[in-house]
Each structure stands twice: as structure tokens, then as C-alpha cells.
Write a protein of this length. Structure first.
Length: 114
């Protein structure tokens, strides 16, 4: 049985609130879980103390039993110092200018400077 530490959605429409839970990886996101170990309220400002609430002793217990945190929860755990901070992956830059546009920008910048 693969254990995951992940978010389970709660709250009303347009008012998200998430429980941080330990669940079997095969169970649905908002379905059955083993234990609730924290909460996340994205409606609060980033610096607010109650935005992410964790139970450190239960989290370390489940991590020692082989539970794997999802990407978002791993960032929460890294910030709290309960696990190593995950590396930030480079996302595709699809909106970046293509090769010809970059060349035009380079020529325009040289013309404006010179």
C-alpha cells in the first residue's frame, strides 16, 4: 500500500480550504484517508500563522513509515523544516519569445543603445 501525504479539498465553492491528510495512493482526492495531519487555507495572506498548520510529530511518524508527500505538501514540509526542501523544477517557457523575435529584440536594443 503506497502512502501519500496530500491535500484533500474542503470548504465551499470559491472558498477553498484543504486538509493535509495521509491516504492510500489509490483512494480519491476527497475520499477515504487514514489520518488528518494538518490544514492549508489559501485564502489567508502568505505571512499569516494559520495559513498552513501542521502536526510535526505525526508527519515525522508517517514519513518514517514510507509516506511520500506531493509536490505542494513537500514545499510546506520543507518550509517548516520537517523534510528537505524539494528542488524547483524548470517549467517550460512556452510564452517566451521565439528565436526570430529574440533576434529582432537584440537588433532593436543595439539600435536604441547606439
Amino acid at each position: 500500500m503506497g502512502l501519500k501525504i496530500r491535500l484533500a479539498r474542503a470548504g465551499a465553492k470559491k472558498r477553498p480550504y484543504y486538509h493535509i491528510v495521509v491516504a492510500d495512493s489509490r483512494s480519491p482526492r476527497d475520499g477515504r484517508f487514514i489520518e488528518k495531519i494538518g490544514s492549508y487555507n489559501p485564502m489567508l495572506p502568505a505571512e499569516h500563522a494559520d495559513r498552513v498548520r501542521l502536526t510535526p510529530e505525526r508527519i515525522t511518524h508517517w514519513l518514517s513509515h514510507g509516506a511520500v508527500a506531493t509536490e505542494r505538501v513537500a514545499r510546506f514540509l520543507g518550509t517548516a523544516g520537517l523534510a528537505p526542501m524539494p528542488p524547483r523544477h524548470d517549467r517550460p517557457q512556452q510564452s517566451a519569445p521565439k528565436k526570430k523575435a529574440q533576434e529582432r529584440a537584440k537588433v532593436n536594443a543595439a539600435a536604441a543603445a547606439g
